[in-house]
Design a protein around this ligand. Sequence first.
Ligand code: DLL
Length: 435
Amino acid sequence: MILHEYETRSREFIEADQLRKLTGTVRRVYQHVPFYRERLESGSVCPEEFERRPEMEALPFTTKEDLRSAYPFGMLAVPREELIRIHASSGTSGKPTVVGYTRKDIDLWAEITARAIALGGGKPGRVLHNAYGYGLFTGGLGLHYGSEKLGMGTVPISGGNTERQVMLIEDFKPEVICATPSYALNIAECMEGMGKDPRETSLKYGIFGAEPWSEEMRRTLEDKLGIKACDIYGLSEVIGPGVASECHEARNGLHIAEDHFFVEVIDPKTLRLVPEGQEGELVFTSLTKEAFPVIRYRTGDIASITREICSCGRTTLRMSRVKGRIDDMINMNGVNVFPSQIEHCLLGVPELAPYYQIQVSHKGALKSLELHVELNEAFYFEQDDEPSLIHKIQSRLKSHCLITVNVKVHPPKTIARSEGKAVRLIHKNKEPLIT
Ligand code: DLL
C-alpha cells in the first residue's frame, strides 16, 4: 500500500494544519480578489478578525453564478500572466466557468491525483489507460499528470474510438483504467462485441468518476471487467479530479485530500451545517491553491462525511459517494429522487442491460416521468413477457423510491452509449426558470 504521510496524521494535526492554511487563504483572497474583499467586508470579516475568531460560518459562500459573473478571469488571485493552464467547465447554458492554475497549482494537483491513483491501485511501473477526455475538461489532463508523477506508463487515449481503445488495452496491457463509469461500461460492451472476454484483459483496477454512479454499477463493472472499481471525485472549480478518492482496500467512501481542501456539509435550504453522517450539499474551501482559491464553494453535490477511521488505516475524513446534483433531483409529487437511486433499482433486474434514460416532462406544474430501459441481449425474452417486466420495474421503483413511472422497454443496444459523462436525465418542455 502506498501511503502519503499526511493520510495517517492524527486528527488534531490535520485540523490545526487546516486552520493555519485557512487563515492564509482568507488573507490572500482578501488582498487579491475584489469579489472576496467585498463579500468579506460586507460580512464584517477581515483576515485579522478571522485569525482571532476562526468561524467558518462567518465566511461567505461562493456559487457557480459568482464564478460565471466573474467570467473569464475576475476571480484570479494572481496576475493572468502567472497562469500556465486554463480549464473550463461546460455549463448547460451560457458561458463556462473558467479556472486557472499557476505552475505550483499544477504541481500540487499532480501530487493530489498521483495519490488518488495510488489509492485506487496504481503503482510506479504499471501502465495506466487514461480514457477521460483530454481538453478543457479536467479529467484527462488531471489524471494524466498524476499518473506520470506516480511513475506509471501513461496512455493518453482520451475518450472515443472505442474499438481502438480495446486494441490498445490488449496490446499495452494496462493494469489500471481511468474513465467515467458509463464509458468503462461502453468499453466492456465493445470488447464483448469484438468477441473478447473483458474479464480476460490485464486490467486489475478501475478509477471511475466525474458522474454519479451507484453501488450496483460498481458491482456490474467489477463483474464485467474482473477488476476492483474505485470512485474518484472532483470538480473544476475546486481543482479537478482528486479532491477525494476511494482506497481499493476498503472501497467504502472517498478520502478527502484534507491537506488541500476543507470540507463542510450544509443543508442547501437553510445553509446551516448538518451533523456528521447526514446528507447535505458538499462545500469546499481550497487551502493551498494560488491562482484560483475558493472560499466555501457550494458544489451542488449531495453526500455525507464521516471522521471514522477507514479500515485501510488512513485518518483523512471520508465522504460518501455522491448521490447526485441538487439540479438533477426530481421532485415527483413531493417525493425527491435522484437518477442514481433509479439506477440502483434497474441494475438489479436481470432482464435489463445497464443502460437507461430518464425523461421528465413538464406540463405547467404537472410532471411525469418516463423511464427508458434496454433489454439484456443475453437474457431470453419474448414480447409477451414485456407487461410483467414493466410491472416488476414499476414495483421496484415504487418500493425503493416511492415513485410511479411509465416504463418504455427498448431492444438491446438502442439506448445511446456514453464516451464521457452520460446524459441520463432529460427534461422535456421545461419552462425557463425565472430567477
Ligand atoms: O468531473 C472532475 C473529474 C474528472 C472528477 C475525472 C473525477 C474524475 P467537472 O467537469 O467540473 O469536473 O464536473 C464536476 O461532476 O460537481 C459532480 O456533480 C460530478 N462528479 C465528479 N466526480 C463525481 C463522482 C469533473 N465521483 C461535477 N461521483 C461534480 C458523482 C461526480 N459525481
